[in-house]
Design a binder for this molecule. Structure first.
Ligand code: HEM
Length: 536
């Protein structure tokens, strides 16, 4: 490619790309190899000799090719591209990459399923990851989102339990792919805060037609911060230019058998064909003084901010226009982290986000073999990097001089910017914090059903039908009657008709009604016109 046409990230990657494959075969040490098909042996019929260093090196390297897959989101597909804002956002944030209309920032995006292992099928009913790394001039910013705007749990301390329940069952690793099994539904039925997310998961959003037709959400409330330290709450939304399209369940199941790579193939082929996928980035902005204007807590990741209350404002677009050259080096080794923020973007005290800010770096230390994975080509910032971190497995940099601060002996030792900060320097938002050490969240975190009902009520009849049928199918696979009953009991707090239709599909009596919610699902839905395998 013409270097002038390459963005800063692609130019950087160029330095790491291997020489053309037609060169002579060498060992790791650059010694040319005479024969890679026949091991050195003592005589025509004799044993293989240990001194054949090429044979040993070849097999040893192969033996070490695999690394641990991600503990969640193991299966994914990624692509490079760029982001450009429509207008300057400097009224709300000093983030350099949002400061000027049309300023292009290179990105790498990885889409993923959550539950299945690396080799599982694409079109299973599941949440999809939508993680974007912006290689900004002020360092890497990662927006690590999903294709649904809420999450199953409110506090990261529950994440290990949730993931143990959602993954394959420990005794036999069955089932994979779908979320239909006892441990998942047992956990969710006992954690009613998951109900809103379950409504999304049983909807068509959980079987996207294509990554190109999927929305993305930052989920948490984040904070924009201006140069003079003023904060504004912000929720991020990605909207696909092609519109949102899903599969229907029968299609999803057939495709999972016929082409388990359906979504990754579609992404790859559309980029190869020059049909570049595009998303619009939108924000919901809430001034600090309006923090408590809502009947839910902005820190609660099981709640959306309804768009009727705070409209989504489009701020820019992202185009994916380049496939990676090596799946392992790029898509597998990319490391996203919610704590990778740049000046102008900061966190809130959302208890789920706070836990994520610990978890990603921690897991990548083992997944990517030590503390130097930010030096891997796909993870390298295009911004300059200077610090006193030294050594560790896989160190790629030859650091001259001393490596401590403060330091009067020099030798190129970097110094921090000082408490005054300045343009391009990250300073944590000076939020006032005052409280007792407790394990309690604000009261509205206990409202598990209002927004689940909001979601249900916003659905068209055919969408409601799909949700009922999905609950019947998935809960129909649950062996424990107690779990099925408990789950249906939770649904009764969302909509009595929904609960009754699901109960009937499972051969259960309708659960006790909740006087606060409607008892009718929808006039157009009845037992007769519903599908879904229940255990009767
Ligand atoms: C991976 C999103 C909650 C821990 C991921 C990935 C995404 C994601 C998109 C895949 C990144 C990639 O493509 O490499 C989310 C969202 C969450 C959420 C939107 C809730 C709003 C959590 C929580 C934790 C967690 C609460 C832990 C406390 C992890 C870990 C990985 C991961 C350990 C694997 C990372 C790696 O190995 O590189 N998450 N996640 N996530 N997430 Fe989350």
């Amino acid at each position: 490619m013409d270097p002038a046409a390459q963005d800063a990230k692609d130019q950087q990657l160029e330095r790491f790309r291997a020489a053309p494959a037609h060169n002579a075969l060498t060992t790791d040490q650059g010694v040319r190899v005479d024969d890679t098909d026949n091991a050195l042996r003592a005589g025509r019929r004799g044993p293989t000799l240990l001194e054949d260093f090429h044979n040993r090196e070849k097999i040893t390297h192969f033996d070490h090719e695999r690394i641990p897959e991600r503990v969640v989101h193991a299966r994914g597909a990624g692509a490079y591209g760029y982001f450009e804002p429509y207008q300057s956002l400097s009224e709300y944030t000093c983030a350099d990459f949002l400061a000027e209309a049309g300023r292009r920032t290179p990105v790498f995006v990885r889409f993923s399923t959550v539950q299945g292992p690396r080799g599982s099928a694409d079109t299973v009913r599941d949440v999809r990851g939508f993680a974007t790394k912006f290689y900004t001039r002020e360092g890497n910013y990662d927006l690590v989102g999903n294709n649904m705007p809420v999450f199953f749990i409110q506090d990261a301390i529950k994440f290990p339990d949730f993931v143990h329940a959602v993954k394959m069952e420990p005794h036999n690793e069955i089932p994979t792919g779908a979320s239909a099994h006892d441990t998942f539904w047992d956990f969710c039925s006992l954690q009613p805060e998951s109900t809103h997310m379950l409504m999304w998961l049983m909807s068509d959003r959980a079987i996207p037609r294509s990554y190109r037709t999927m929305q993305g959400f930052g989920v948490h409330t984040f904070r924009f911060v201006t140069a003079d330290g003023r904060g504004t709450f912000v929720k991020f939304h990605w909207k696909p230019k092609l519109g949102v399209h899903s599969l229907v369940w029968d299609e999803a199941q057939i495709i999972a058998g016929r082409d388990p790579d359906f979504n990754r193939r579609d992404l790859w082929e559309s980029i190869e064909a020059g049909e570049y996928p595009e998303w619009e980035l939108g924000v919901q902005l809430v001034p600090e003084e309006n923090e408590f204007d809502f009947d839910f807590d902005l820190l609660d990741a099981t709640k959306i901010i309804p768009e009727e209350q705070v409209p989504v404002r489009p701020i820019g677009r992202m185009v994916l226009n380049r496939n990676p050259q090596n799946f392992f080096a790029e898509t597998e080794q990319v490391a996203f982290h919610t704590a990778n923020v740049v000046p102008g973007i900061d966190f809130t005290n959302d208890p789920l986000l706070q836990g994520r800010n610990f978890s990603y770096l921690d897991t990548q230390l083992i997944r990517l073999g030590g503390p130097n994975f930010s030096q891997l080509p796909v993870n390298r910032p295009v911004a300059d990097v200077h610090h006193n971190h030294r050594d560790g497995f896989g160190q790629q940099v030859i650091h001259p001089g001393t490596n401590y601060f403060p330091n009067s002996l020099g030798g190129g030792c970097p110094a921090h910017a000082g408490s005054g900060g300045g343009p391009g320097v990250f300073r944590h938002y000076a939020e006032r914090v005052d409280g007792e050490k407790i394990r309690v969240r604000s009261e509205s975190f206990q409202d598990h059903y209002s927004q689940a009902a909001l979601f249900w009520n916003s659905m068209a009849d055919w969408e409601k039908r799909h949700i009922v049928e999905a609950f019947r199918f998935e809960l129909g696979k649950v062996m424990s009657v107690e779990v099925r009953e408990r789950m249906v009991g939770n649904l009764a707090h969302v909509n009595g008709g929904l609960a009754a239709l699901v109960a009937d599909g499972l051969g259960l009596p309708a659960p006790a009604p909740d006087a606060n919610v409607p008892t009718a699902a929808s006039p157009a839905l009845s037992q007769e016109n519903l599908m879904g395998e229940g255990i009767r």
